[in-house]
Design a binder for this molecule. Structure first.
Ligand SMILES: [Ca+2]
Ligand SMILES: [Ca+2]
Ligand SMILES: [Ca+2]
Ligand SMILES: [Ca+2]
Length: 425
């Protein structure tokens, strides 16, 4: 299918269109300079602060270089180049799958997970590890070595890097990342200034008594949100998945999956996201007790303002009721204004008739939702929009689109899966 320019159709009633979005031209990736499009699925976009650099995973094998099964690519949107970064130590194709990149704000570092054993010398475990690629030196290093610098004894995954590039955090089932990890559950680890700590342990150094993972950072790495089933990190909590906020400076935990009166959610909460300053946390849940009137039984998107203590449901139709389908995977823009999410509901905006899940954006200033994955004519995509997406940093810092913020997401059509950009004003 030929690349087609999409733009936002604003169907938000009673709201100034001008304030919601700029109808800029969209970009599609990956496309080589000669116009060749990637021949495999691409997903998991991650953007630098100014939107110039776009990292993603792709199963394409026609983008130049020695492609493996699934690789990490870096696009420079200013020079219009694509680099395959997951090469083995000889510059050849790797022997495994590489996944889920996150790029630092200035684009100089990319972290990712991989089952490949030949990205670095000495990777002798059969486990998935997490890696850091230095864009300047083009060197790959393995982050998930054990406390002595050797192979970890189990899988490490879900690595993320703070936007300022100073901190990384990852999840690991290995027991030898730090001393005294004997509880038998996956933990969240954090590294910065050359020091690794286990986040998911009590003040006395006892590990969480349940699995933890799915972490996300604030801009400077001072706040880390994660999921945990552990009951011993925050007093009085239950054994299902909870969203916990870790404050690095005070070395303390706070439960975020609570209602405005701090009552704990009555079901699993998933996919935590956090704003740049750490004050706004979003997640999805089938919990019915976080707001009043949540009776339809669907997963909803909740946003908790840690400053005001308010928990709000944003997957709400124009009539003010919960949406008529499940909503998933929220992401928050760095300034906390926009919350993007994926939903199979058809009543979040008028005229959503495509019978496909779409990508929606909630504007917390305007208290309005619009559909991102729709064409000029307001026709939704003929395939599913993505669960994974990323925003560039705050508006005025985008050098390619001054005063705008961009969002990349995956858009599947019948025959292709590619990444699309929209521009928010
Ligand atoms: Ca390995
Ligand atoms: Ca552990
Ligand atoms: Ca619900
Ligand atoms: Ca739809």
């Amino acid at each position: 299918m030929k690349a087609r320019l999409l733009s936002l159709l604003l169907l938000v009633t009673g709201v100034s269109l001008l304030a919601v979005a700029n109808l800029g031209a969209l970009e599609k990736h990956p496309v080589l300079a000669n116009g060749t499009e990637g021949n495999g699925g691409s997903d998991r976009p991650s953007l630098s602060q100014d939107g110039r650099y776009l990292a993603f995973q792709s199963s394409s094998n026609n983008l130049g270089g020695n492609a493996s099964f699934r690789d990490i690519y870096l696009v420079d949107r200013m020079s219009n180049t694509i680099d395959l970064i997951t090469l083995d130590t000889n510059g050849e194709a790797t022997d495994g799958f590489s996944n889920s990149p996150t790029i630092s704000g200035n684009g100089s570092k990319i972290v990712f997970s991989s089952s490949a054993t030949d990205l670095v010398a000495g990777d002798g475990n059969a486990s998935t590890d997490v890696f850091l690629y230095d864009v300047v030196t083009e060197e790959i290093s393995r982050v998930s070595v054990d406390k002595d610098g050797n192979d970890g004894d189990d899988d490490s995954f879900s690595i993320t890097i703070s936007r300022n590039g100073s901190w990384v955090a990852f999840t690991s089932r290995a027991t030898d990342m730090v001393d005294g990890d004997s509880e038998g559950f996956s933990d969240v680890f954090m590294e910065g200034n050359g020091v690794r700590t286990r986040v998911t342990e009590t003040a006395t150094g006892v590990g969480g008594d349940g699995v933890s993972g799915s972490q996300a950072f604030s801009t400077n790495g001072e706040v880390l949100v994660f999921l945990s089933r552990a009951r011993n990190l925050v007093p009085g909590t239950l054994s299902w998945d909870k969203v916990i906020v870790y404050d690095r400076l005070s070395d303390s935990f706070e439960l975020a999956s609570v209602d405005s009166n701090k009552v704990v959610a009555d079901a699993d909460c998933q996919c935590p996201a956090v704003s740049g300053d750490g004050s706004i946390v979003a997640f999805y849940s089938a919990a019915t007790n976080l707001v009043s009137g949540d009776t339809k039984g669907f997963n909803d998107i909740f946003v908790r303002d840690r400053t005001s203590g308010e928990t709000e449901r944003i997957s709400v139709n124009p009539g003010g009721e919960g949406a008529n389908g499940d909503s998933f995977s929220p992401r928050i823009s760095e300034d906390g204004r926009h919350v993007a999410f994926y939903s199979s509901a058809s009543d979040l905006v008028p005229n959503d008739n495509n019978n496909q899940p779409d990508l929606f954006i909630y504007d917390r200033h305007l208290k309005a939702i619009f559909r991102a994955s729709a064409s000029d004519a307001g026709i939704g995509g003929n395939g599913a929009a993505s669960l994974f997406l990323d925003f560039s940093g705050d508006a005025s810092t985008s050098r390619l689109q001054p005063m705008h913020r961009i969002l990349f997401f995956r858009m599947a059509t019948i025959i292709e899966i590619s990444l699309w950009e929209i521009i928010l004003s």
